[in-house]
Design a protein around this ligand. Structure first.
Ligand code: G6P
Length: 488
């Protein structure tokens, strides 16, 4: 049956694992996209979520037909998937949007890059074709993230009747960084995005970066910038070339709007008070033994700046020795994207630096850093509940939902040390202690200030942080985009 509301995202709500006996088990994926979309779609029972099979176990699940209702998993050729996901999405687009390149060595746009790009084009086309097949007349299609940047353009050619939105969960590269991409590739990327009626970003800053980049003369050869100072009509006017190459193309306007995803307070508090979390909390309390806690929870992700966070903690213990034996840093850094060598090396560096800090400062009954590399959501929630200080210091981050989740579930109020590079900075800066993510000394001082904050001030600030964090919970975030699309 044709659907009227469709979402497309690389990751689905669940991914599968296959054990030695051939039994499939399902688990929830990590990252902000899955948590936001799953919560939003829980209230959209008719919607169809199209995603990719990410592993052999997922492909096996497709073959056995075990997919859950409301989800269609695409079994894309593994080599094509690898080129698109590892080769382009996570090695090129992620690095470009997060400004992560080590420029004396990278990027290198060579023949191998071109092969990966071809894979990215066909992987996007597989999604566009599946959407074209599943969508009812005039349906609303909400495409997610940098993995699927070409889908809006491809889908518009297949199904001009559809209303198409795209939401980016990462930052968008500044025009200077976008300009590192080969001209033709940048043109395809912007053309793909501008196939949408509406583009969404987490913050005004990322939306603005998109419009500035798309408006460059050489971005597509066709886009003209449009960024009036009022609150209406933000976007890009452009002329789309006709697929047959003949005559002037259709003039279109793509709206570009910030929708800052927040968290659902009731859902999150209910999750954080399950018996399973209470058990983890009891365990953590025993380990911490009444000391203060600095909590961080991330995928082991280059942009999360975990190493400088640990360096800042070390500097705290050196510059303010009164905190020795009185604080524990609970760092949960669960593995991510381990197919990429640079992520494996980063994960090793995190473990090594934590071990160095422990070797330098530990005493017989105090371990300064407790690193957990398990993807254990219950343990993370337990850590949230007991956080005195939350450390969120990414170099650049689309939103960072952890910065929003911790104030909502923290029991006694927590002081939030927040990077200016996090999308959440736009909404939370008033009540956070904000830091330049590269400035280790300033981060150490911010941790000291956070640990020293009087209890009442901490509680007051946490209340305001929680209010800002829950301003646009996932269901409202999704419905706002759907409503805007209906008016498109
Ligand atoms: C970020 C991206 C998501 C992605 C998530 C986890 O939040 O914006 O699209 O799903 O990271 O990364 P992964 O590569 O494991 O899907």
């Amino acid at each position: 049956m044709a659907s009227q509301v469709l979402v497309a995202a690389n990751r689905g709500p669940l991914s599968y694992a296959l054990d030695a006996e051939g039994t499939l088990s399902a688990r929830r994926g990590g990252g902000g996209l899955v948590s936001g979309l799953s919560a939003a779609l829980a209230r959209q029972p008719e919607a169809l979520w199209i995603c990719a099979a990410l592993s052999d176990a997922d492909r096996e699940a497709v073959r056995r037909g075990v997919a859950e209702p409301g989800v269609r998993m695409l079994d894309i050729d593994p080599a094509v998937y690898d080129g698109a996901y590892n080769g382009i999405a996570n090695s090129v687009l992620w690095f470009t949007h997060h400004h992560l390149y080590d420029v004396p060595r990278e990027p290198v746009f060579d023949a191998a890059f071109r092969r990966h790009w071809e894979a990215y084009v066909s992987y996007n086309r597989a999604f566009a074709e599946a959407l074209a097949e599943e969508a009812g007349p005039g349906a609303a299609v909400l495409v997610q993230d940098y993995h699927l940047a070409l889908v809006p353009g491809q889908l518009r050619e297949l199904r001009p009747d559809l209303r198409i939105a795209h939401f980016t969960h990462t930052p968008w590269a500044s025009p200077e960084f976008l300009g590192m991409l080969p001209d033709d590739i940048r043109g395809q990327l912007v053309w793909g995005m501008l196939g949408a009626d509406r583009l969404g970003f987490h913050t005004r800053a990322w939306a603005h970066d998109f419009v500035r980049g798309a408006g460059r003369d050489d971005a597509t050869g066709t886009a003209e910038p449009s960024w009036p100072t009022g609150t209406d009509g933000h976007g890009v006017a452009h002329r789309r070339t006709r697929p047959d190459g003949g005559g002037p193309g259709e003039r279109r306007f793509t709206h570009v709007t910030p929708y800052p995803l927040g968290v659902d307070a009731d859902d999150l508090r209910a999750l954080a008070h399950r018996p399973e979390v209470d058990d983890k909390l009891a365990g953590l309390r025993a380990e911490v033994a009444g000391r203060r806690t600095i909590v961080r929870v991330d995928r082991t992700e280059l942009s999360k700046n975990i190493l400088r966070g640990l360096l800042a903690y070390r500097e705290l213990l050196t510059a303010h020795p009164q905190w020795r034996e009185r604080v524990v840093h609970l760092a949960s850094a669960y593995p991510s994207r381990q197919d990429l060598a640079v992520y494996r090396a980063y994960t090793d560096s995190v473990r090594e630096l934590a071990a160095e800090i422990n070797a330098e400062f530990a005493t017989p009954d105090w371990q300064p850093v407790l690193v957990s590399v398990e993807d254990d959501f219950a343990r993370s929630l337990a850590a949230y509940r007991m956080a005195d200080v939350a450390l969120v210091n990414p170099v650049r981050d689309g939103m960072n939902l952890v910065a929003k989740e911790i104030p909502v579930v923290s029991e006694e109020g927590c002081a939030l040390v927040l990077s200016t590079g996090a999308g959440a900075y736009e909404e939370l800066k008033g009540d956070a202690i904000t830091v330049n993510p590269y400035d280790v000394t300033a981060t150490a001082e911010a941790l000291h200030e956070a640990l020293s904050m009087p209890r009442e001030e901490r509680a007051e600030r946490t209340k305001r942080l929680a209010a800002a964090a829950t301003a646009l919970p996932p269901a409202a975030w999704f419905e706002a985009q759907l409503a805007a699309l209906a008016g498109a």
